[in-house]
Design a protein around this ligand. Sequence first.
Ligand code: CMX
Length: 134
Amino acid sequence: MLKKINHIGIAVKSIESGIVPYRALGLQPEGEEVVEEQKVKVVFLTVGESRIELLEPTSPDSPVAKFIEKKGEGIHHIAFQVDNIEEALKRAEAEGLKLIDKKPRAGAHGTRIAFLHPKSTGGVLMELCEESHG
Ligand code: CMX
């Protein structure tokens, strides 16, 4: 069901300052985008087959702003790529995991995403992510 890790999300107060250590390691940002529905600005950093997603809150009521307020900057979520997000959600729910999103919503770059609640997944916010097929 899970294909690979699509990305790891890192919460930063600002992309401009948060990106500094990644640049120092030789990574370059790509695909800056504001995801209105999630109240975040994101950039991606590609590392081999994997990606890091830096998340900057665009509003004080963004889930990422709340996370930073409570826990500080750092690893925010892990995103698993799936072929069929509706099926993956159905399975997760049947297995007793708590869905934050019962239906997929819009993620960056045309993806469809849904989150599983960290209270049901050992304290890790998990994202299911289906790449656009078009
Ligand atoms: N990882 C692990 N635990 C987390 C967490 C995270 N990212 N965010 C919140 N939590 C924990 C909190 O620490 C808190 O735990 P305690 O009760 O033990 O203190 C609990 O979850 C509830 O957190 P809260 O601060 O009361 O916040 P809410 O319940 O209002 O929201 C959550 C939590 C996970 C439901 C919400 O942040 C959410 O819906 N997240 C998914 C959406 C999202 O993060 N979008 C960002 C953009 C992502 C993208 O575009 O890629």
